[in-house]
Design a binder for this molecule. Structure first.
Ligand SMILES: NC(=O)c1ccc[n+]([C@@H]2O[C@H](COP(=O)([O-])OP(=O)(O)OC[C@H]3O[C@@H](n4cnc5c(N)ncnc54)[C@H](OP(=O)(O)O)[C@@H]3O)[C@@H](O)[C@H]2O)c1
Length: 232
């Protein structure tokens, strides 16, 4: 592949921002979307995007089409809302709805917009960022974990339905010291009345190789899988 074109959703901070810069540095043409704007460079263009808004997603998809002159080779979904940290029985349903709307339905909107044209192009690798919270019981993260469980299973079904089309879809888990990790830690500490006894998480850079590999042709045989990039 000559100069791969890659879309990264949720790229204004943390893992998405680091992956966008890393891929741009490695020769990808990158289009990044998030609510906060970041400066664009020749190889990395940032555009405003709110994944909770179908109109914004539609406009972003058209901007990607115009930018790349066709469908992207790679699509990475990193957007997530850090809210609804609470005991399961004290869930604020407004906050829960926001978490599900960004972290799960946001991906569904992106898939609805991007996958039909990618199917016509007959190629592509989709990577969505899930979490071990989908598969293990992490204290005070019932809603976050439920959103990630939905995301993970939806992606598995997406991969199954796309079998034979040339499009792959996989979920990765990460462990990194980011805004979201710090927001979760602070909210938990407030509820518990003491700081977290857990050590700091690894740097974001430790988590990038898995996503880069899944986007590459070296992973052409991998689809419908969930893989952890790094254990905390
Ligand atoms: N850090 C960890 O240890 C860890 C562990 C497991 C999974 N994850 C997952 O890794 C992914 C990246 O998170 P991170 O840790 O790097 O945290 P982060 O720095 O807080 O990144 C979250 C990203 O989501 C974007 N976002 C939030 N709402 C959005 C919306 N409505 N529309 C578009 N973009 C939106 C944010 O951009 P704007 O605010 O500018 O929109 C930001 O770029 C998330 O899916 C998270 O759940 C992280």
């Amino acid at each position: 592949m000559n100069q791969p074109s890659t879309v990264i959703i949720g790229a204004s901070s943390g893992f998405g921002a680091a992956l966008a810069e890393n891929l741009a540095g490695a020769g990808h043409r990158v289009l990044a979307g998030s609510r906060r704007e970041r400066p664009s460079t020749a190889s990395l263009r940032h555009i405003r995007l709110d994944v909770t808004c179908a109109k914004s997603v539609g406009e972003f998809m058209q901007a990607a089409d115009a930018h790349f002159g066709g469908e992207p080779d790679g699509l990475v979904f990193c957007a997530s809302d850090p809210g609804a940290v609470a005991h399961a029985w004290e869930t604020d349903t407004e906050e829960a709805s926001r978490v599900l709307n960004v972290s799960f339905l946001g991906f569904v909107r992106i898939v609805n917009a991007f996958v039909p044209p990618m199917k016509s192009a007959g190629r592509g690798s989709i990577v969505c960022v899930g979490s071990q919270a989908a598969r293990t019981t992490l204290d005070l993260l019932a809603v976050y974990g439920a959103a990630k469980a939905g995301l993970e299973h939806y992606t598995r079904c997406l991969a199954h339905e796309l079998h034979g089309t040339g499009i792959r879809a996989n979920t990765i888990g990460i462990a990194a010291e980011t805004d979201l990790a710090q927001t979760h830690r602070a909210a938990k500490a407030k509820l518990r009345g003491h700081p977290s006894p857990l050590p700091q998480l690894p740097p974001v850079s430790d988590n990038l190789p898995l996503a880069r590999w899944l986007l590459s042709d070296d992973a052409a045989h991998i689809t419908g899988q969930t893989i952890e990039a790094r254990r905390p």
